[in-house]
Design a protein around this ligand. Sequence first.
Ligand SMILES: [Zn+2]
Length: 288
Amino acid sequence: MRDRYGPDGPPIDWSRQPIGGSFQGIPSSPVTDRDRRHRQAYEAALSDASCASERDLGQHLARCAPENPCGLSFCPTCIRTVGTAYAQAAIKFTRARSPAKARSKPITRLSATPLIPALPVGALQLVNLRQVHEAVLRALRPLRFAISFAHLHLVVNEGGGQRWNPSWRIRIYGVVVGASVENVKQLLEPLCPNDNATTTPSLIVRASDDLDVAINNSIRPYFTRRPAYVDQASRRVARGRRLRAAELRELALFLGSVRFEHQYLLIQEGQNVEIALRRDRSATAQKS
Ligand SMILES: [Zn+2]
């Protein structure tokens, strides 16, 4: 079978080219049992693959260890390691840039499905995450929140029965500092309309009283499928389920060629802030 490639070309061979050297300097997150279960599911799905680049990804993932992280952006441990470094840089930046009275500014957490077309399962390689990242930046900048931090995540939505076919959606998990829940809802609602192929509300906004917790919780290391069903009260609800083997292979091939930096964004008052991983075991955030 011909090798299939993700949007940025063949998967990066991390075993020959560790992730820029900088990644290796970041303290690894402890590996949890849940990480192991998720990793085993990828390894099993990838070892069965008929395409060589998928099998290579599985072998590289299997070698991921705290002293030698695989750097693959679907590896639950590596997402947590890099995501935590990005989150810490965002927290430090926010605290340093906000005047003392900013402590009293409202903090809101959000999860949102932006107005980006759903893609049928099997067509994920058509997504260009870099372009999605730029589009989300362009959409959020004019809103001029004091600070907004976001992690771009992927979920599979599917309807019960034959209502609609499973599709990939971009889901944003993020934090806004300096705007009330009502204000954030009002500004983001036009960008996140409800549609039939979304199993969770397109926009969920909640108040938070802890910046660290809010930002750290926007890092989602596990990818899920969300089948919708109708509960006894006739409400449409969605429960997170593990991805199927074919979906895990598709996601691994897609994310295997996507850089971590295209999954996070930080904006201060309409200006992009660049978060960079550094060799000295930290991440920094600077206005770009
Ligand atoms: Zn890893």
